[in-house]
Design a protein around this ligand. Structure first.
Ligand code: ADP
Ligand code: VHF
Length: 265
């Protein structure tokens, strides 16, 4: 418990990542969930004075609500992302406007962080946005990120974002309320792991098992993200994006009741 609160006290700049399954439902955007997420971010900003960066998936899923294309073709998925991304932004803008908060779009790919120059450019922009109370909303630049759409994912992008933009914490809001010792959808006796300090190499090699049609990640990409951050001494908290109670407890009330905290020993 003491160790947890040390992490909680340190957090100042927080990256929140939300997955496709949370933002879509029955081929519609899940606008109530998107609204609840904006409420959480705005409260953290206004009440805790934290700096918030949102990494939002959901572009392909949002595009699919407008146009039916063969999704086995990568280019079609990219086209759906191009349709869906501005739709997502429209709703974020509208909801943040209710709090008098501006938001901004940043489309990045993991490779951008391989170039010092690109990273520096993005860092400069990030600092300007945050110091002007803007919420940056990041997604993969899907139309050019061919590999990313196939093999990559926003969990690892979010981990890179947390590291390169000097965040104190990454929060992953998922379709599951934490990390279990085995897949809870297959095993009834799966147990939630409240604190994880070490990830085995074999866990990083498991097959991807996303739980929704448009998601690319699954638990493995979350473990990879956590592993990347543990090695860089940045904690990662994972909890439900459907029910934000545990995220509120952890982030707003500094109380780790449930959800998984990945951190260095
Ligand atoms: N050990 C595990 N703990 C939690 N979830 C697991 C585990 N193993 C497999 N999963 C699966 O991973 C899913 C989360 O990944 P994903 O569907 O990609 O989420 P998101 O859309 O939030 O990124 C869970 O819903 C579950 O089906
Ligand atoms: N850039 C894609 C990301 C898809 C994705 O990674 O989804 P998820 O595994 O739910 O985070 C999109 O916005 O649809």
């Amino acid at each position: 418990m003491i160790e947890d609160s040390e992490v909680l006290l340190e957090k100042k700049r927080i990256v929140i990542k939300v997955g496709t399954a949370v933002l879509t439902q029955n081929n519609e955007l899940a606008l109530e969930r998107l609204s609840n997420l904006v409420d959480l971010i705005s409260k953290l900003k206004n009440e805790k004075k934290y700096e918030l960066i949102l990494v939002s998936s959901g572009a392909v899923g949002a595009g699919n609500t407008k146009l039916q294309l063969d999704k086995t073709q990568i280019a079609n998925r990219q086209a759906l992302a191009a349709i869906g991304q501005p739709l997502l932004m429209k709703h974020y803008k509208k909801r943040f406007h209710d709090y008098d908060i501006n938001c901004a779009q940043m489309l990045l790919i993991e490779n951008d962080f391989d170039s010092r120059k690109r990273t520096k450019n993005a860092q400069k922009v990030m600092e300007i946005l945050l110091s002007n109370n803007v919420i940056p909303i990041i997604n993969e630049n899907d139309v050019i990120a061919n590999d990313e759409l196939l093999f990559g994912d926003n969990d690892q992008l979010a981990a890179h974002v947390a590291y390169y933009f000097n965040a104190d914490l990454l929060v992953i809001l998922s379709d599951i309320d934490g990390y279990y010792d085995k897949n809870p959808r297959e095993y009834e006796d799966a147990k939630m792991q409240k604190i994880v300090t070490n990830i085995e190499e074999s866990q990083l090699q498991m097959v991807h098992t996303p739980n929704s049609e448009f998601a690319t990640g699954g638990i493995v990409t979350k473990l990879k993200a956590a592993n990347f951050l543990i090695n860089r001494n940045i904690p990662m908290f994972m909890s439900s994006g459907f029910d934000l109670t545990n995220a509120y407890d952890f982030l707003l009330n500094d109380n780790h009741i449930s959800g998984t905290l990945f951190k260095s020993e």
